[in-house]
Design a protein. Structure first.
Length: 446
């Protein structure tokens, strides 16, 4: 194999809490006001990163963001000292303080859309930070996301960074959670699949109960920015009925790796037509699509949402077969676990299951796939990134000590106005940027 897929996982931030901010994401709504454990959340994430690095996969880490987001609180009219801003916000607009304290940047599948150099006309890796326009607590992520990505992928010879799309509903963009890339070797041309929830101009189908966060117009803009060849690009609509059942991102119902598309029977609108188109385009890049479709009779949409079976990672092992990484919730469900064990025994491309306990993130609707951003790279590109973000024994030990030093093991909305939490956060992030060699990426460091 010539290329690599590097997974960059988001490190959970110090203010991780359950605020019920994401209408349409049922886990978020259900766990509103539950007590969180930021320390455990960060460690669960680190354990996944380390275990995958130990198995020979390329694994990176992306830092959390500055929260509470004081600059936005000030933009919204809270003034005076930092302490006074927090006290006023808690007193008059606690929900706003909660939104501006969300650790949601941990779900890096929503950080950006990334196109590898093999697919782009100029031969560079393109990044577009996601505007996350549908949710206020997420729309504030884009600026720092861009700064972080530019600090890691800084070599202009290889990497191009685009600003997030305009912050309006027409261009609602959720990043890689609504994007898949299918093909053979990671460093060879593939087919990029953009999955949108609604089409503003001329669309016919849209969900009625829950929002469709990704628009076709946004996906098309990204394909243009990334200089993708229309012959090798597919736009599919997500099935609006499943969005209404809690499938708020496509990565809750489908996941891909190389030639494999693992998806639910009800994932896409006009599914068979879409898969046919994909099959043809894959043939044009000399790869045969392996579509693993899970029938509703085996796993209902409700069970897919509850267990996050499809929010899994499918990874190509060094020896060539694939492994599926699922959350503990998938093992706990008898029907889903039965399906998985049969699938890996069936002689198909996936022959191993790996389970992780990611409960703190899962309770806000973020499974293994939500926590990672994939970047397909060739050897020189991999050598050009900031190596200090790559997981190894030393970084794992350092980050665990860092978490032990700064993170609380219990957090509720009440704690968010505590000025000590703000101070702890800034000190921790300042230390982290030196550990990861990122320079100044946060507003408080400017
Ligand atoms: N890819 C997974 C994203 C999960 C994320 N959850 C949240 O933001 C919940 C935050 C809260 O409710 O506290 C979202 O819905 O975008």
């Amino acid at each position: 194999m010539l290329g690599y897929e590097v997974n960059f996982d988001g490190l959970v931030g110090l203010t991780h809490h359950y605020a019920g901010l994401s209408f349409g994401n049922e886990a978020s709504t259900q766990h509103r006001h539950a007590v969180s454990n930021p320390q455990l959340a960060a460690k669960q994430g680190l354990l996944k990163m380390k275990a995958l690095a130990d198995l020979g996969f390329q694994q990176g880490v992306l830092p959390p963001q500055e929260r509470p987001h004081l600059p936005m609180l000030r933009k919204l009219g809270f003034c005076g000292s930092d302490e006074s801003v927090l006290v006023q916000a808690m007193r008059t607009a606690p929900q706003l303080l909660s939104a501006l304290s969300s650790a949601s940047a941990m779900w890096t599948a929503n950080a950006a859309t990334v196109s590898p150099s093999a697919d782009s006309a100029d031969g560079k890796i393109h990044f577009t930070a996601a505007n996350l326009n549908n949710k206020f607590h997420r729309a504030i992520e884009a600026e720092t996301t861009s700064a972080v990505l530019q600090a890691i992928f800084s070599d202009r010879q290889y990497f191009i960074h685009h600003d997030a799309l305009p912050q309006v509903a027409l261009f609602g963009d959720e990043g890689a959670a609504n994007h898949n890339r299918l093909g053979g070797d990671y460093a060879k041309r593939g087919v990029q699949v953009f999955v949108y929830g609604r089409q503003e101009f001329g669309g016919k189908q849209a969900p009625v109960r829950y929002p469709a966060r990704q628009t076709r117009e946004a996906s098309e803009a990204i394909a243009r920015l990334h200089q993708l060849d229309p012959e090798h690009t597919v736009f599919l609509q997500q099935n609006p009925e499943v969005i209404d059942q809690g499938v708020f991102h496509n990565d809750v119902i489908a996941v891909s790796n190389q030639q494999v598309l693992f998806h639910h029977q009800q994932a896409f609108w006009h599914q068979q037509q879409g898969l046919e188109q994909l099959r043809r385009q894959m043939a044009a890049v000399e790869t045969e699509l392996v579509a693993i479709e899970v029938p509703t009779a085996r796993v209902s949409v409700a069970d897919a949402v509850a267990t996050y079976l499809f929010n899994s990672q499918i990874l190509t092992k060094p020896a060539g077969r694939m492994m599926i990484v699922v959350p503990e919730e998938s093992r706990q469900h008898a029907g889903v676990w039965q399906y998985l064990t049969e699938m890996v025994a069936s002689g198909g491309p996936i022959d191993e299951i790996k389970v992780f306990d990611l409960r703190e993130s899962m309770r806000n609707g973020g499974g293994p796939a939500c926590l990672r951003l994939r970047v397909a790279m060739n050897e020189p590109e991999l050598r050009a990134i900031n190596p200090r973000v790559l997981m190894n024994d030393t970084l794992f030990a350092t980050l665990n000590q860092w978490v032990d030093r700064y993170y609380r093991d219990r957090l509720t909305q009440h704690d968010l106005a505590d000025p000590q939490l703000l101070r702890e956060g800034r000190e921790a992030l300042d230390t982290l940027t030196s550990i990861l060699g990122l320079g100044s990426v946060y507003p408080f460091q400017q």
